[in-house]
Design a protein around this ligand. Structure first.
Ligand SMILES: *[C@@H]1O[C@H](CO)[C@@H](O)[C@H](O)[C@H]1NC(C)=O
Length: 554
C-alpha cells in the first residue's frame, strides 16, 4: 500500500502554511492601515523608511558597486565586474538623501551621516578616468545629472561641500565632451571611452544613435555652462538640433514627431518607428524643459509643434472606459496606429501639465497672458493621461503596472494576453515585469502640486502602498528591515520577484513620491532632468551676464 502523507507531517505543513498566510495578512493589513489613515507627514516618514531600508541593504552587501541584486546579494560594476565603478547607485541616490535630510522629522542624523559617507566616497574613491566606453546618455542623465543636482542642493540646503560635486561633474563632462566633435553633424555616437576619448558607434541598429539619447543631454550641459561660465558645454549639446531638424524637414514632413533612430554621420532618420516610449520619450521632454530652464521661445515652438503632431497622429481611447492613451506608429505617420504603450510614456501627463502652467498653480496659470486654447487643451490631456496611467496600476491584481500594455481597441485581443480587471488593456506574457519605474508617480506629483486636488495624493498613496507590499521581501520578524526589488510578474499574487535594484527606484520613484507628500513644492523655480535630478531655472540676467544664449533659430 502506498503511504499517504503522515498525519503529523501534513498537520505541520498545514500549520506552517496557515502561519505564513496569517503573517502575510498581518503585514498587508499593517501596511494598509498605516497608509490609508496616514497624514502627509506620516507618509513622508514611511517613504523615508522604505528608502533607508533599500539603501542600507545596498550598503551592507554592495557598497560602491554599480549594480546590485537584492535577493542573491550579487554585485558588479556597469562595465566589467573588475572594472572601476561609475557611482551608478550612489551618485543617482545622493540628491534624494539631501531632500529627505532637509525635510525629515525622524531621521535627521541618519541622512546627515549618509550624505557624509557619499561625499567622502565621491571625493576619495570615484574616479572617472576609466578605460571603458560608456553610454553618453545614461552617464549624462544619471551621473552628470546627479553630481550637478548634488552641487545645487548642497548650496541650496547648506549641506556638504558643493565643490566636491562640481569638480567631479566638470571632470566627467570634459571626458564626454569630445563625443560631439567626433562627427561632422555634431550628433554623437552612442558611447565614448572615458579614458581615451574615443567615440564608439552603436553596435546594432546599423550604427544609428537613439534619437532620445542625444537630445537628452542639454539640460545638464547648459546648467554646467551656467555654473562655470564656459559656453563649450552649452554649444556642443545644442548643436545637434540644427542638422536633426533641417536634414529631415522635421517640423513639416514629420509634424515634429521623430523616428527613434538617427544616423549620426548625416543626421537622417533610420527607420520609421515613431513612439513616445523608449528611445523617443525624452526628445519631447527636453524640448519643453529647455524652455522651462531658460525661457528661450524657440524650444516652446518646437515643443508646441511636436504636441500638435502627437495629438493628430498618436492619440486614441480604450474600450470600455475611454481611457486616453498615446499609441505608436511603427511604420511611419501614415501607417496603422498600434495601441501599445510603454509605462515610460506615463511621464507625458506631468510634462503636458508643466508645459501648460509653466509650474504655476492652475488657477494662477489661467490668468497669465500666455494662456490660450492650446494650453487648456494640453492641460486637459495632462489630466486624462495621468488618469490612464493610474488605471494601469489600479486594474492589475498587485496594484502595480507592467512594463508595457496593449490598450483594448476592440480588435487587439490575443488569447494568451492577460486582460485587465475592467478590460481596458492587455498585458503580453513577456511584458509582465515591473522595474519600480517612476513615470506615473512623477506625473501624479506634478498634477497634485499644480491643482492641490487630494485625488492625486490618494492615487500616489495607493501606488506607494502597492510598492511597499509587493516589491518587498524579508519584512517579517522584529528588527528585520525590508529589502526591495523589481518584479518579474505583477499579475500573479503573490507577485514574482525579480532580483535587481534599479538606481531610479532611489533616484526617482521614491523622490517623486516624497515630493508628492511635501507641502511647499515650488515647481516654477526648478526643472527636473529626466532622471529626476533638480536644477534651478536660469534667470535671463544670469544668461546675459555670462553671454549664454541659444545659437540657432528655426
Ligand atoms: C528645505 O527645508 C526648508 C525648511 O523646512 C523648506 O522651507 C524648503 O522648502 C526645503 N527645501 C527643499 C528643496 O525641499
Amino acid at each position: 500500500m502506498k503511504k499517504g502523507p503522515s498525519e503529523k507531517g501534513f498537520f505541520f505543513k498545514a500549520f506552517i502554511g496557515l502561519l505564513t498566510a496569517f503573517s502575510a495578512y498581518l503585514l498587508y493589513s499593517t501596511f494598509q492601515e498605516s497608509t490609508t489613515s496616514a497624514s502627509p507627514s506620516d507618509l513622508r516618514d514611511q517613504i523615508e523608511t522604505v528608502f533607508l531600508d533599500s539603501w542600507n541593504d545596498y550598503k551592507t552587501y554592495a557598497w560602491g558597486y554599480d549594480v546590485y541584486h537584492p535577493l542573491s546579494h550579487q554585485k558588479s560594476n556597469m562595465y566589467g565586474s573588475n572594472g572601476k565603478p561609475l557611482g551608478w547607485i550612489i551618485v543617482d541616490a545622493l540628491d534624494t538623501i539631501m531632500l529627505m535630510y532637509n525635510s525629515t522629522q525622524t531621521h535627521k542624523q541618519e541622512f546627515a551621516n549618509e550624505i557624509q559617507l557619499v561625499e567622502t566616497w565621491i571625493n576619495d574613491v570615484l574616479d572617472y578616468d576609466i578605460d571603458v566606453s560608456v553610454s553618453i546618455f545614461e552617464t549624462t542623465i544619471r551621473m552628470l545629472g546627479g553630481l550637478l543636482s548634488g552641487y545645487y542642493l548642497s548650496k541650496e540646503l547648506q549641506v556638504g561641500n558643493p565643490d566636491i560635486y562640481l569638480n567631479k561633474a566638470i571632470d566627467l563632462a570634459d571626458r564626454l565632451l569630445p563625443a560631439f566633435d567626433a562627427t561632422s553633424t555634431g550628433i554623437p555616437y552612442s558611447s565614448i571611452n572615458l579614458h581615451t576619448g574615443e567615440s564608439v558607434k552603436n553596435h546594432v541598429d546599423d550604427g544609428a544613435s537613439s534619437t532620445a539619447e542625444f537630445t537628452t543631454l542639454q539640460l545638464e550641459f547648459k546648467y554646467l555652462s551656467a555654473i562655470t561660465g564656459d559656453p563649450a558645454y552649452w554649444e556642443a549639446a545644442e548643436a545637434v538640433y540644427t542638422p536633426l531638424y533641417e536634414e529631415n524637414d522635421l517640423l513639416h514632413t514629420f509634424h515634429g514627431l521623430v523616428p527613434i533612430y538617427v544616423y549620426p554621420d548625416n543626421a537622417k532618420f533610420h527607420g520609421q518607428n515613431i513612439r513616445l516610449g523608449s528611445r523617443g520619450d525624452s526628445f519631447y521632454e527636453y524640448l519643453l524643459k529647455q524652455y522651462l530652464q531658460t525661457h528661450e521661445p524657440v524650444y516652446y515652438k518646437l515643443y508646441r509643434q511636436s504636441m500638435e503632431g502627437m495629438k493628430q497622429f498618436l492619440l486614441a481611447k480604450s474600450e470600455p472606459s475611454g481611457l486616453v492613451f498615446i499609441g505608436e506608429r511603427e511604420h511611419g505617420l501614415y501607417g496603422p496606429l498600434s495601441p501599445k504603450m510603454d509605462h515610460l510614456v506615463c511621464f507625458m501627463g506631468g510634462l503636458l501639465a508643466m508645459g501648460a502652467t509653466e509650474g504655476l498653480q492652475i488657477s494662477k496659470a489661467r490668468e497669465q497672458p500666455f494662456w490660450d486654447t492650446k494650453h487648456e487643451e494640453d492641460w486637459n490631456l495632462a489630466k486624462s493621461l495621468t488618469r490612464t496611467c493610474y488605471e494601469m496600476y489600479h486594474q492589475v491584481p498587485s496594484g502595480l503596472a507592467s512594463e508595457i500594455v496593449v490598450f483594448n481597441k476592440g480588435n487587439s485581443f490575443r488569447p494568451n494576453y492577460w486582460k485587465s480587471s475592467k478590460g481596458d488593456f492587455f498585458i503580453k506574457p513577456a511584458d509582465t515585469h515591473n522595474l519600480q519605474r517612476p513615470e506615473t508617480v512623477e506625473s501624479i506629483m506634478f498634477l497634485y502640486h499644480l491643482t492641490k486636488d487630494q485625488k492625486y495624493r490618494d492615487w500616489g498613496r495607493e501606488i506607494f502602498q502597492s510598492f511597499r507590499i509587493h516589491t518587498s521581501v524579508n519584512c517579517q520578524g522584529p528588527n528585520k528591515n525590508c529589502v526591495f526589488t523589481s518584479l518579474s510578474d505583477v499579475i500573479s499574487k503573490p507577485t514574482k520577484k525579480g532580483d535587481n535594484l534599479e538606481s531610479f527606484w532611489l533616484a526617482e520613484t521614491l523622490k517623486y513620491l516624497y515630493l508628492l507628500f511635501l507641502d511647499d513644492v515650488d515647481l516654477s523655480s526648478v526643472v527636473f532632468n529626466t532622471e529626476a535630478h533638480p536644477f534651478p531655472v536660469l534667470p535671463g540676467e544670469l544668461l546675459t551676464q555670462k553671454k549664454l544664449f541659444t545659437g540657432w533659430s528655426i
